[in-house]
Design a protein around this ligand. Structure first.
Ligand SMILES: [Zn+2]
Length: 418
């Protein structure tokens, strides 16, 4: 398939791409409460109607993934297109001029919760597979399109997909999270910590008889204000950060509090394992205890997603840049993102190279008046189509498979053609 053909297929399917994105937006799937099965069925039906096999994987309680497959000639490993079906809730209805589930079109924009993050991306990936099928394309490797549930909270769908062996034989992953059709190849990790300090309650008129958990927390906060997750600096991601997110403690003004807790959002870069960072926080609290033996504090990990990155010279990155050049004459310079995606669940050890590329705008995710530009939807569909058509040309497939079989083996040397 030539770049012109890919562009033409996508252009001619413009209305169909928009209609699919609209249908997904008009089927609400806010998380919480995470009942994605209804929207999963809409997508499955679209695949089926287009003659592509698509499996609905029910995960109970109204939750489900959809996995479609366009069989390849098996000369290359499979290519996985991944997206999520859930959205964040719409929030304050009054903040929207276009109702959040309206899927309204205005001024070349498609509005609604999930338009950018990321029902637009899911629609573009699905339509690319459908157009490839319609064009009679047999890719070198199977093209798998997975739309999973739960990304906005616990990544339940991605975990289930992985556990069920969904990544077997997969040599590359493209996640359609909002990137405004730019190329992201690295994402920060998220390490959320809850720290609780303990004291001893007493009447507020006799504070000397108690131990004030909030004053102890005050010391902890002071120490953590200067904490750095690591000294590493990543060329695309920069440095790790620490944000104090919540703080609570105390029940009444005249009662010495015996408990206080705070949660911290640490964003990390590759290099230092999260276990080591947790140990460093615990050591910090240990040092505070040397000065103040009454300070009792406990650290709990409440979210743990590693930072993942694909090397800039991986063939999958070169392929994406070449496709960008051939479609638009634009070099997609690899960038990093601060947010995390299901890549942290799907390829936590970086054993399979991944990319983030999607039509949505990262700045619109989770915002009122969320929308996606129709032009970007069509462009992304052409990109996914040409990328799949070129995937795996000239690959050494047996060598790749032998790498996959080795447990914990590093990334294979040549997952796509050069
Ligand atoms: Zn998302």
């Amino acid at each position: 398939m030539t770049p012109e053909e890919a562009r033409r297929w996508a252009e001619e399917a413009r209305d169909e791409i928009v209609a699919l994105a609209q249908a997904l937006i008009r089927t609400p799937s806010p998380n919480p409460p995470a009942r994605e099965e209804v929207v999963a069925k809409v997508l499955q039906e679209k695949f089926r109607a287009a003659g592509l096999a698509a499996e609905l994987v029910a995960l109970g309680e109204g939750r489900a993934n959809v996995v479609a497959r366009l069989p390849g000639s098996r000369q290359a490993p499979a290519l996985l297109y991944d997206g999520h079906l859930d959205t964040v809730p719409p929030g304050e209805a009054g903040a929207w001029r276009h109702a959040p589930y309206s899927g309204e079109l205005e001024g070349g924009r498609l509005y609604g919760r999930g338009a950018s993050d990321m029902k637009g991306g899911v629609a573009a990936q699905a339509m690319a597979a459908i157009l490839a099928h319609r064009a009679g394309l047999t890719p070198a490797g199977d093209l798998i399109v997975a739309a999973t549930c739960g990304e906005e909270t616990d990544s339940a769908g991605a975990h289930a997909f992985r556990r069920a062996g969904g990544l077997e034989g997969v040599g590359g992953v493209v996640i359609a999270e909002p990137s405004a059709n730019e190329l992201f190849i690295a994402e920060k990790g998220a390490l959320w910590l809850e720290i609780t300090t303990y004291g001893r309650t007493a009447h507020g008129s006799m504070p000397h008889l108690g131990v004030n958990a909030i004053w102890k927390m005050h010391k902890v906060l002071g120490a953590l204000a200067h904490f750095r997750p690591s000294a590493d600096k990543h060329p695309l991601l920069g440095e790790g950060t620490v944000s104090l997110g919540t703080l609570e403690g105390g029940i009444k003004t005249n009662v010495v509090p015996d408990r206080a807790s705070a949660t911290f959002d640490l964003r990390t870069v590759p290099g230092r394992p999260h276990e080591e960072i947790v140990t460093a926080v615990e050591d910090l609290l240990g040092r505070l205890r040397v000065d103040d033996p009454e300070l009792k504090a406990e650290v709990k990990v409440i979210k743990n997603l590693p930072s993942v990155a694909t090397a800039a010279d991986e063939p999958i990155v070169r392929l994406a840049r070449q496709v960008g050049l051939d479609l638009w004459g634009r070099d997609l310079l690899p960038q990093g993102v601060n947010y995390y995606t299901d890549a942290a669940v799907l390829v936590p050890e970086g054993q399979i190279p991944f990319l983030i590329f999607g039509p949505g705008a990262p700045t619109l995710a989770h915002q009122p008046e969320e929308h996606v530009e129709v032009e970007k939807l069509v462009e992304a569909t052409a990109f996914f189509l040409l990328f799949a058509a070129r995937w795996g040309s000239g690959i050494n497939f047996p060598l790749f498979l032998s790498h996959l079989r080795k447990e914990g083996a590093p990334a294979p040397p040549c997952p796509t053609g050069r």
